[in-house]
Design a protein around this ligand. Structure first.
Ligand code: MRU
Length: 355
């Protein structure tokens, strides 16, 4: 598999370079962004999307904007960094990677009291690059663990996009499929188109097809029939926030896939890095769900609007899959089985919260 970074820092460190995912698969457009409003808009409009990619992008964005601070004194510089953190963190609410990486960047600056701004910026840059490298390593490990769950000839159902575009290199939920192809193991991917923004159709089939992985696109409401027909051996999905008890927020429609999988006795796996686990969030009821513009449902991908302009729409971008529907959560540290509250905490060396 050849790798090109879909998110990176420009060589002079003045901008973040991204492949604009909102234009794929028809146009390949790279953008260099350095203005606060453009960086915010890139996340909000899903030019950069997928929880880990958003986190990496936010770390680079924070560095790029901190470089623009005119502060000479430490306390003024920290105030500017806090402002940048608040602004970028408001761009999308559900993927916890965004907050985790912004927190980490701010903590670097806060840990260097009374140092000169140039030294702090140097440390922030190093941290952003390290965050990116860690994601590459975590995705490789997750893909390897995921591959151990399937066998030659299996059909894998996937929802939304959790491939290289949403992460780094191999991706998470799609990683085992890329690895399998490299190792001569034949798997077949069934890709939900993922309404309303069609990440499955536009991005997942694009990535799989280019890597030579056999794949078939289906509408979201066809998942039940392909399961019933015996075409699916496992479901692999990504995640935007995993609560401490294993409840998982992912792209809208994921929980429906999990309910169907339970009905047909098909294992349902969530694949994600530790940066997507929110140990401070006890369960799915505490995960904020992003609500987006109803026009995405009515007119975004249609030549003509599919409904009258005055029709009301409800457009939650994510839903929460109950932990009881999840067979296992595949992380870089290994495959975690229920009970998730105890086993996730143990896997990551955390004390399980009581009550
Ligand atoms: O709204 P999106 O496209 O950012 O939603 C993305 C997903 O739901 C992905 O499955 C998730 O971020 C995991 S990416 C490895």
């Amino acid at each position: 598999m050849t790798h090109t970074d879909n998110v990176c820092l420009t060589p002079d460190g003045s901008a973040v370079r991204i492949l604009d995912q909102s234009r794929l698969p028809n146009e390949t457009v790279y953008l260099e962004l350095s203005r606060a409003e453009d960086l915010y808009e890139a996340i909000h409009s899903l030019r950069v999307r997928g929880a880990p990619a958003i986190g990496i992008f936010a770390a680079y964005a924070m560095y790029v904007l901190a470089r623009q601070s005119r502060a000479e004194l430490y306390f003024d510089f920290i105030q500017d960094c806090e402002k940048i953190h608040r602004y970028l963190n408001a761009s999308r609410p559900t993927a916890v990677n965004l907050k985790h990486m912004l927190d980490r960047m701010l903590a670097v600056a806060e840990a260097m009291p009374c140092m000169d701004v140039d030294s702090i910026l140097e440390s922030m840059k190093k941290t952003a690059l390290a965050i990116h490298q860690e994601d590459i390593d975590m995705c490789a490990a997750i893909s390897r663990h995921g591959l151990s769950l399937v066998k030659e000839g299996d059909g894998i159902l996937t929802h939304c996009n959790a491939g290289p575009l949403a992460t780094s290199r191999y991706g998470t939920a799609l990683g085992p499929l890329f690895l399998a192809a490299e190792e001569g193991i034949t798997l077949h991917a069934w890709c939900d188109e993922t309404r309303p923004l069609l990440q499955g159709a536009r991005l997942t089939t694009y990535e799989l097809q280019r890597a030579g992985v056999d794949c078939t696109l289906i509408c979201d409401n066809m998942a039940s029939i392909v399961m019933k027909e015996g075409k699916i051996n496992a479901c692999f999905v990504g995640c935007d926030r995993v609560a401490a008890n294993g409840d998982t927020a992912n792209k809208i429609g994921t929980s429906g896939v999990a309910i169907l999988a339970k009905h047909y006795g098909i294992p349902f796996y969530v694949l994600g890095p530790s940066s997507t686990i929110d140990f401070n969030c006890p369960d799915g009821d505490h995960i904020p769900i992003e609500l987006r513009d109803g026009e995405e449902i009515k007119s975004k991908f249609f030549e003509k609007p599919s409904a009258l302009p005055e029709v009301k729409c409800y457009n939650p971008a994510f839903d929460v899959t109950d932990h009881q529907l999840i067979t296992a959560i595949v992380t870089e540290k290994g495959i975690c089985y229920p009970p998730f509250d105890a086993n996730l905490a143990a896997l990551f060396g955390r004390k399980k919260k009581e009550g």
